[in-house]
Design a protein around this ligand. Structure first.
Ligand code: GDP
Ligand code: IMO
Ligand code: MG
Length: 430
């Protein structure tokens, strides 16, 4: 013990990678438990930028064991590209562990993802096109391919043939694409086997033994609460459980072993892809925050949609995840503003909502009710204690904290590893 779960409180890109990196030297294991290379985490260490998609952010901390849990979907080409890229920059990746039960993303699921989006036209989700949805659908449909299947060629062949017997009909008859040859898929997957073998194991057992030995484990979510397939803005979500509950199913760590839940909350809101967004900005403030915050997708390069901070969502994230500590990131991106509106509730058809509306249509029509706080109009990137912050920045943090039912333990004031204010240790209650 202990186990810490780290999640995103909004629609992703809150700064989870940086938060994990910040805790890095206090951790023994970092487990990615959901999603795949749809994620994009940027971590800046001593001015050097690292962009991670599939590997857990803990890979950047010497001594930490990074784990790809059973709940992850793995694109093997991306896995080895990422490993090679980090090794070339001097990062040791040899400690990586990969669950034998994780599913792999065969190339046909990347094709399925892209053609399905094109087919949906204006009703598209705006996916990252990485094959995430079709691979999780295969898992639930019980026609998926797991990492362990790669070590038994005849089983692998059977599974790929079974999946393609249906998918090829869809690809050729509905989407008018060429059928995929099972042999080609099997050959590609087998080409990774020798490199993959040393990393693969029973990661649930390894984590259980590590916890018995008193090690500290962090379970790091990809995506975020409002992108969770059960608790997010369905259907404009990803296809996995990105909330704290997913940490158990996606890693094999039981709920009784979880001690702390940390949610990363950006001081404003961003979203990539389609779907409702009550506080979205289509004006100079949105453009300003996108530019100062470099809000362009790490994975697809798409400009992120930007909006004001939404505390209805933050309270919802607290409740769904059982958040004990918030990490509030990117407070410094407000340095130039005179005033900062914060959404405290919604109005839907004349009715005030302090909690997320239960119906998606109401959420689509939610009009934010704002309270406006004064800006501080100075550079806060050099602040290292709460007392260093200008009074209006302190007031902003306290205003948010009073409304989200959990303490704000860390405040981010810049992208760098050292650009933080730590008010409380997220590892302890005191
Ligand atoms: P993730 O997907 O949640 O890991 O977040 P991303 O890495 O996609 O996006 C967060 C971006 O914000 C990254 O470029 C980080 O370097 C940057 N970032 C994180 N915390 C802060 C902060 O407190 N201030 C500033 N200015 N940038 C930050
Ligand atoms: P991190 O971990 C932001 C979004 C996509 C799309 C929807 C479904 O960096 O916070 P998918 O390819 O998963 O089927 O796409 O989810 N999405 C993300 N948005 N950050 C992410 O990850 C995301 N991962 C998926 O843009 O709207
Ligand atoms: Mg990201």
């Amino acid at each position: 013990m202990p186990v810490i779960v780290l999640v995103g409180a909004q629609w992703g890109d809150e700064g989870k990678g940086k938060a994990t990196d910040l805790l890095g030297d206090r951790l023994d294991y970092v487990v990615k438990f959901n999603g795949g290379n749809n994620a994009g985490h940027t971590v800046v260490i001593e001015g050097e930028k690292y962009a991670l998609h599939l590997l857990p952010s803990g890979i950047l901390t010497p001594g930490v064991v990074p784990v790809i849990g059973n709940g992850v979907v793995v694109d093997l080409a991306v896995l080895f590209q990422e490993i090679d890229g980090l090794e070339a920059r001097g990062v040791d990746t040899s400690r990586l562990r990969v669950s034998a039960n994780a599913h792999v993303i065969p190339s046909y699921n990347r094709s399925m993802d892209k053609v399905a989006e094109r087919f949906l036209g204006s009703r598209r989700i705006g996916t990252t096109g990485r094959g995430i949805g079709p691979t999780y659908a295969d898992k639930m449909n019980r026609v998926g391919v797991r990492v362990q299947d790669l070590f038994d060629e005849s089983i692998l062949r059977q599974k790929v043939e079974a999946a393609l017997s249906f998918k090829n009909q869809v690809l050729s008859k509905i989407y008018n694409r060429q059928a995929v040859k099972p042999d080609d898929v099997v050959k590609e997957l087998l080409s990774y086997v020798d490199r993959l073998r040393p990393y693969v194991g029973d990661t649930a057992l390894e984590l259980s033994e590590a916890l018995d030995a008193g090690k500290v484990v962090l379970c790091e979510a990809g995506q975020a609460t409002l992108l969770d397939v059960d608790h997010g803005t369905y259907p404009f979500v990803t296809s996995s459980n990105a909330t704290a509950g997913g940490a158990c199913t996606g890693s094999g760590i039981p709920p009784t072993r979880i001690d702390r839940v940390v949610a990363v909350l950006k001081a404003f809101t961003s979203r990539v892809g389609e779907g409702p967004f009550p506080t979205e900005l289509h004006d100079k403030f949105g453009d300003h925050l996108r530019e100062v915050g470099h809000e362009y997708g790490t994975t697809t390069g798409r400009p992120r949609r930007i909006g004001w901070l939404d505390l209805v969502m933050a309270r919802y994230a607290q409740r769904i995840n059982g958040v004990t500590d918030f990490v509030l990131t990117k407070l410094d991106n407000y340095d130039d503003l005179d005033e900062i509106p914060v959404c405290v509730a919604y109005e839907v058809n004349g009715v005030r909502h302090d909690e997320m509306p239960i119906s998606q249509s109401d959420f689509h029509h939610a009009v934010p009710i704002y309270e406006t706080l004064p800006g501080w109009k100075q550079d806060i990137s050099g602040c290292r204690t709460f007392a260093d912050l200008p009074k209006d920045a302190q007031r902003f943090v306290e205003f948010v904290e009073e409304r989200i039912r959990a303490r704000i333990s860390v405040v981010g004031v810049g992208p760098g590893r050292e650009e933080v204010i730590e008010r409380h240790s997220v590892l302890s209650e005191a």
